[in-house]
Design a protein around this ligand. Sequence first.
Ligand code: UDX
Length: 436
Amino acid sequence: MKIAMVGSGYVGLVSGACFADFGHDVVCIDKDEKKIAALENGVMPIYEPGLDALVETNVKAGRLSFTTDLAEGIDGADAIFIAVGTPSRRGDGHADLTFVYAVAKEIGATLRNDAVVVTKSTVPVGTGDEVERILADAKLDVRTAVVSNPEFLREGAAIGDFKRPDRIVIGTDDEFGRDVMSEVYRPLYLNQSPILFTSRRSAELIKYAANAFLATKITFINEMADLCEKVGANVQDVSRGIGMDNRIGAKFLHAGPGYGGSCFPKDTLALLKTAEDYESPTRIVEAVVKVNDSRKRAMGRKVLDALGGADKARGKKVALLGLTFKPNTDDMRDSPAIAVAQTLTDAGVEVAAFDPEGMEQARPLMPEVTMVDGPYEAIEGADAVAIVTEWDAFRALDLKRIKDLAKAPVLVDLRNIYDPQDVRDAGFTYASIGRG
Ligand code: UDX
C-alpha cells in the first residue's frame, strides 16, 4: 500500500513511521519547510521515546520519505490521511477545522488516482461529510471515499499504542473505503488488534466520547481524593478497591493535579460545543471541565498551605519538579504546572523549576519562574519542594541531600510517588493527594 500522511505533527509522524515499519510505502507531508528539512536530517520536531530510531530505520529502508509538496506526496497513494491540527478556536472552544478543509481542497485540486481520504485528526461529528462535499465540488473523475479513523495514541507511549492498539475504529459505509482500510491495517489486526467498523459519524463521536470519558474518570477520582483528605481515607486504596470491579476498570484512576495535554482539554471543550449546537447538553462533561480547571489553581494553593498559608508565603522559595503535563513528553499544553507556578508567583513566592524535557517550552509560559539545570539546583535554599510531574528521575530523590540543601524539609507530592511514612520518617513535612 502507498500511504500519504498530510501533517507531520504528533499523530501524523508517529502513524506514518509506524505504517512504514509495517512495510507500507509512506510519504509524510507538511507545509513547514523547516520541519521537513529537519526530518530529512533525522531531527524530530517532538520528543517521543523511540521515534527517532523508527524514522531512521524506515527512511534507510526506503519506506518512509518527507516532502512539502502535497501533489507529489499524494501521487499514487491508496490512502491519504489528514493528520493536521484541530486546535481550539480562539474565543468559542469549537475545534478549528481551517487546516483540515484547506488540505481537503488541495487534495481535490491535485488528486489524479483512486484514493481513500481518511480523517485522522480529531474532528467534530459531520466533518467527514464536509470533506466529502469539498471533494465532490472538485468534480474529480477518480474514485474516492472519505473515512474517519480516529487515533487513540498517548504521548510518551505513542509507538506502542499505535502498534498494539486496544482497537482500531474505521468509520465508513463505503465498500471501497472499507477494503482499502482493511489492507492498510492488515498488519495490526492480524496481530489480534480488534477492528471496529462503524458509520463515519459514530467513529467521529467515538474519539470525543472516549476522551471525555477518560477525563471524567480522572476528575471523578480527583474529587474522591479531596473527600479522602477530609474523611481520613486513602485514595489509592479507593482506586484499587473500585478498579478491581471489571465494570469500572483499574486504569485512569490515579488522583493528581488535574489532566492537561493536547487532547483532553481541547476535546472536552469541542464536545461541549457540538452538544450545544445539537441542543443535547452533556452536563457531566461540563462539570468535568469546570472541576478540572479549578483543580489546577487549587494545587497551587496546596503548595501555599505547605508554606504556612498565602499570607506567610511572600518571599519564600519553592522548587517545582516536573513541568510537562505528564512524563516522557516535552509537551506543556494545559499542564497543571502552569497554574501552580502562576498561583505561587502571584502570592510573591520565588519559584525555581526543573523538567527533564519541557523547559524550553515552559520558559515562555512562566516567565517569572527561574529554570535551573537539575532537581537539586532547584531545591537549594527552598522552603518547599513540589513534585508536579511524575518523571522517573524524581521517584528516588535523595531525601537526605534534599534536607541538607533545602531551607526546610517540606515535600508536596502532587502525584503520590512517595510513601508518606518513609518521607515522614526521613523528617519531612509531607503533603500528597487524597491520603488523608
Ligand atoms: C490522551 C488519551 O489517553 C489518548 O487516547 C488520546 O489519543 C489523546 O489524549 P495523552 O494526552 O497523551 O493521551 O495523555 P494521557 O496519558 O491520557 O494523560 C492525560 C492527562 O491525564 C495527563 O495530564 C495525566 O497526568 C492525566 N492523568 C491520566 C491523571 O491525572 N490520572 C490518570 O489516572 C491518568
